[in-house]
Write a protein that binds this ligand. Sequence first.
Ligand code: FAD
Length: 586
Amino acid sequence: MDIKVPDIGDFTDVPVVSVLVSVGDTVAAEDPLIEIESDKATMEVPSPAAGTVKEIKVSEGDKVSEGAVIMVFEGADAGDDAKPADSPEKAEQPQGAGSSPAPESVAATGTASGKGDLHAEVVVLGSGPGGYTAAFRAADLGKKVILIEKYPSLGGVCLNVGCIPSKALLHVAKVITEAEEMGAHGISFSKPKINLDDLRGFKDSVVGQLTGGLKGLSKARKVEVVQGYGRFTGPNMIEVTGDDGVKNVSFDQCIIAAGSEPVNLPFIPQDDDRVIDSTGALELKDIPKRMLVLGGGIIGLEMACVYDALGTKITVVELMDQIIPGADKDIVKPLHKRIEGRYEKIMLKTKVTDVKAQKNGLKVTFEDAKGEESAGIFDKVLVAVGRKPNGKLIDADKAGVAVDERGFIAVDGQQRTGVPHIFAIGDVVGQPMLAHKAVHEGKVAAEVCAGQNRHFDARLIPSVAYTDPEVAWAGVTETEAKAKGIKYEKGVFPWAASGKALSNGRSEGMTKLLFDPEDDRIIGGLIVGTNAGDLIAEVALAIEMGADAVDLGHTIHPHPTLSETVNFAAEMFEGTITDLMPPKKK
Ligand code: FAD
């Protein structure tokens, strides 16, 4: 079978920038074969069929147009077009679980054999950002959808006890600290009076507006919401136990979006309300005098930021040698420096070995890297040591869906589990546990359910800590490049030379971009500073679009803005910067 360049719009004579397969390779339908680059975009040409590559008729630098034969396949099966490109067996398994033997009655076509009390073409289990997105998209594509959620409020962790309430409180924290710091610029405000009931009310109203909006959107799309706890009872059936009894919901296809919950530490008292997790912290029951934040990751540090602004003395304890393990050390440094000045203590390379409930507080014992012990008494301990997936809590085995020992469900590039008509998305399928990843996966799963040949093919998933300053990264980090032997060069722009950062009184930031030395394309970016979370979107887009340093340097950025720091970091790499001395060429 001759493999030809498909319709690529108005482009002709487009250079081939890379050939992604070799003679003898077995490819699946939709696997990328070559990469071509017009003056507007880089595109991967997908395989129209499964087969074995017999001959490759193009090489890098050749120019191709629609209809040009690029390869010849042996044993090609164009009928595979409708199948997933990655079978569950060969797919990238994010968390290592394979598929467990499916019960015999599994209908590979996804047609339910027996009908339940309610029936839907697509059932979505869990209404977090992954679940409601999948449900709404599937409904928009014409599917009859049922959305199962154990809580009365839709939106999952993110809207109810995660992203949104934390950001509402972080906004308040920012106003408090900014007002405080204005003193250094000659503007003094009196100490804020905090009315916790009103503050909680503000946070709850933001949450309520969004979750109420979801209810309206479900209704408008005719997505039926069934409230109750769902468990699989078979490959095409979920039993939902709610306030009004038990309902059996049958389905042709199902999308599992059951999310995750905070990890508990067994040696910490579980029934003491002075021990809280992020959900407890967001409840804002009181403002403790001294709080230990156990875990220096994103969630712990965001909560620390809120309580610090409200007046709590914060101690952070982290097992690793830096806060926000995962981001580059130099990027985290300005945050560390700032909170070191504000918080009581930041303890790195230290573990908590014991927490004892006493009348006067929680007595916490620490052990540092040298094995030396110390102790402290805190009014509250916030446990923020990570989240665990909910895969083990839904009787997935009854549907033949494999769940690994940690609770993750493995999926292929189309979000399919080992059972062809059951998909999984969001926190329950793996790291990073982030809402925007869940949303993207939700759309992929819904579109595949509706018969589209979609894949999760995003090049990156950005991460942001909405601390003060914010820390954000996208694509390859320097730490990762070093660990994996990825060649890179970098452009770094210190915000001390940014007019906007200086005007904001917040010049501690830094923008660092990593480039592929072969072709100067951007492969990663890390930003620390105020609004880094918003700024990283440009870096993400640049990586997705295959932009190089000149593209970033020649894009006119508005002045004076923090967005210029991305432009300047690219110019630092290029050596064309004028606002600073360009770095010496190696
Ligand atoms: P979830 O949001 O966990 O939703 C799962 C839903 O399924 C829940 O509503 C649950 O009740 C329901 N469910 C589970 N099992 C069943 C069952 N058996 N029957 C019925 N219903 C069930 N991410 C970001 O991207 N940005 C942020 O700023 C951010 N901030 C965060 C702050 C905090 C404090 C926390 C805790 C998390 C934060 N996250 C953030 C992470 C984000 O909330 C999650 O990645 C996201 O919610 C995952 O979405 P999901 O759809 O996979 O699952």
